[in-house]
Structure formats: structure tokens, C-alpha cells
Design a protein around this ligand. Sequence first.
Ligand SMILES: Cc1cc2nc3c(=O)[nH]c(=O)nc-3n(C[C@H](O)[C@H](O)[C@H](O)COP(=O)(O)OP(=O)(O)OC[C@H]3O[C@@H](n4cnc5c(N)ncnc54)[C@H](O)[C@@H]3O)c2cc1C
Length: 324
Amino acid sequence: MARNVLVVGEFSEGEPSTTTHELLGAASRLSDGGAVGVTLLGSGASGAAAATFPAGAGKAFTNDDAEYDVFRSDQWLIAVLAAVEQSSPDVILIAQSTAGRELAPRLAFRLDTAAAMDCTMVQDEGGALQVTRPAYGGNALATYSFASSPAVATVRAKSQDPIAPNAGATGESVALPGVGESRTTVIGREKVEAEGLQIQDAAVVVSGGRGLGSPEGFELVEALAAAIGKDKAAVGASRAACDLGWYPPSQQVGLTGKVVTPDLYIAVAISGASQHMAGCSGSKTIIAINKDSEANIFKSARFGIVGDYKQVLPPLIEAIKAAK
Ligand SMILES: Cc1cc2nc3c(=O)[nH]c(=O)nc-3n(C[C@H](O)[C@H](O)[C@H](O)COP(=O)(O)OP(=O)(O)OC[C@H]3O[C@@H](n4cnc5c(N)ncnc54)[C@H](O)[C@@H]3O)c2cc1C
């Protein structure tokens, strides 16, 4: 069934984000011949628009005003509503990002419709849109269809495939009206020091928990990640470990941390509380290393090693190095 789909895009340094490419891929598949639009807001938006056409957009709604560089949901809301008015979407796809989490419910409220958050699947099911999202901290999957239109859905990073780029594709750029007043004042911005591979982008995430016993325990976890490869593996941590000051909060995985979906998640001395699993249950394979054979993490793990990490990790690191 042909449907119009609008993607709320995000970009940095003139390039649409990876997630925007993924959302455009999902939008192209769902549209089935309908129109695919994308909104881009902030300095350089109209330049970034060019890259969205080969990725599946037919129309880009842009506003280059630097006011949009800092996300304020009330300002973004007005701009996205203007794009909605011009594109009459049946479906609006938004990244499950810091901006998307705040924008989607506000947008749904203003459009008198529903929002499904943190979807990992968006698909056509017999002509109707169906979305799937993890429930109960990732222990179950819930499938929803929409009784109202447009359907608003935030979509988890790396859950959708972009389309193969259509190099010759062109589209239309439409300038959105000027930026409105915001009721929010941003009083400061702090850039998190992020060196190397980010946990959301890593193919392998090795995470450490309170069972490491001390901050020094993370040296072995970091050594394991380094043995796997600095271009492949990044180090995460449980909230308990971060709260104890053993590892930076920017690396926390879970409900109140980051959601990661790597090919391989190695949980070292982590019990597997539901709030932690909410951040890693989408991993393709989970390996748990824990000295308690009854630990909850083993219920989610495909492979498990019962033992003290101090004994398990050194030979594992050596074996990985030797296998290279
Ligand atoms: C609202 C809310 C939000 C939360 N958000 C998050 C979140 O985002 N992320 C998160 O992680 N948590 C979150 N939590 C906390 C969560 O409930 C758990 O308390 C936390 O995940 C526990 O961390 P842990 O597994 O490292 O520690 P513990 O639960 O203390 O587990 C330590 C594990 O290490 C094992 N162990 C001990 N020594 C060794 C050893 N030598 N070798 C091998 N294994 C060993 C133990 O058997 C145990 O299983 C949240 C909680 C709440 C209430």
C-alpha cells in the first residue's frame, strides 16, 4: 500500500547521521511508491540534504538557522509540524536519540495521534503498519499497530538497513519557515571526551560490572577489548560500576545509559539486572563471565563461563592474541 513517510533527520558536519540513512531505508520500503520526505534543521541543513536523495528521500524540508544547532524540542516541533503540513505523511519516523525521545511524544500529542517509542521493527503487515518494540527491559517483544494517523515511531539505531545508495537520484529541497521563539534556555553544553570507537558503533562491546571489585578490574576488561581490536571493540560498564566512579558514566549501558546492539556483547562480572539488559538485549550474541552460575545474565547469554574473571580473562586474552 502506497504511503507517505516523513523522516525527522539529524546530521553533523554536513552529513546525515547513520541513523538518518537507516530511517530513510525503512521509509523507502514502507512507502511502496508513496512520497518519502526528510526534515533537516540547523546550520548546513540544505547542504546535507543532497546526501539524503541517494539514500531514499524525494523531498528535503530544511532550515539552515543556527538556532536549531542546539536541540530545543519546542522549536523543532514547530518546524516538523510545518513539514507535516506540506507532506501529509501517513508515517513519521524519528531516531530513538536524545532529540527523538523528546520530540516524538510532543509531535504525537500535537497531531492527536499515538507514538510508539524505541521500535526495532517497522513493517507493512497486510497493508497496515506494524511496529515491534522490546518490553519488560528487553525480556519480551511487543507488536503494535496504529488506530490513528499519522503513525509516529521512534526507531532504534542499527535496527534498520539503509538502501543501496542510488547515486544519480535527485530530489526537491523545500525551505521551512523561520525559527520561532523557544521557552528553553540552554545554559551550557559539555562535550563528553570520547576517544576512539564509541560503544554504540562498536561491533563488540566488552562491559564490566561491580563484580570486578575495583576500578583496576577494568584494566583486564580493556585488555580484552584491545586484544579483540581497537577498531572493533569498545568498553562499557554497568551502572553500579559507573556509580562507584570506576568507569565514566558516558560508557554506561542500560535503561538510564546507552543502548547498544553489537554483534557480540561480553558481560564481565555483571549480574544481568533488567535495567542493564534493557541496554544490551538487542546484541546478536551475549557471552557472560560470572562466578555465580545462578546469575540472571546467563538466562540471556548464548555462551557462559562460570568463574572468577581474574582467572578467566588472562588466558582468554592470550588465546585471542595467539589466534590473530
Ligand atoms: C531506575 C533504574 C535505572 C537503572 N539503570 C541502569 C542502567 O542503565 N544500567 C545498569 O547497568 N544498571 C541500571 N540500574 C541498576 C541495576 O538495577 C543493577 O543494580 C545494576 O545493573 C547492577 O550492576 P552489576 O551487575 O555490575 O552489579 P551486581 O548486581 O552487584 O552484580 C555483580 C556480579 O558480579 C559477579 N561477580 C562478583 N565477583 C566476581 C568475580 N570475581 N568474577 C566474576 N563475576 C563476579 C557477581 O556474581 C554478580 O553477578 C538501574 C536501576 C534503577 C532502579
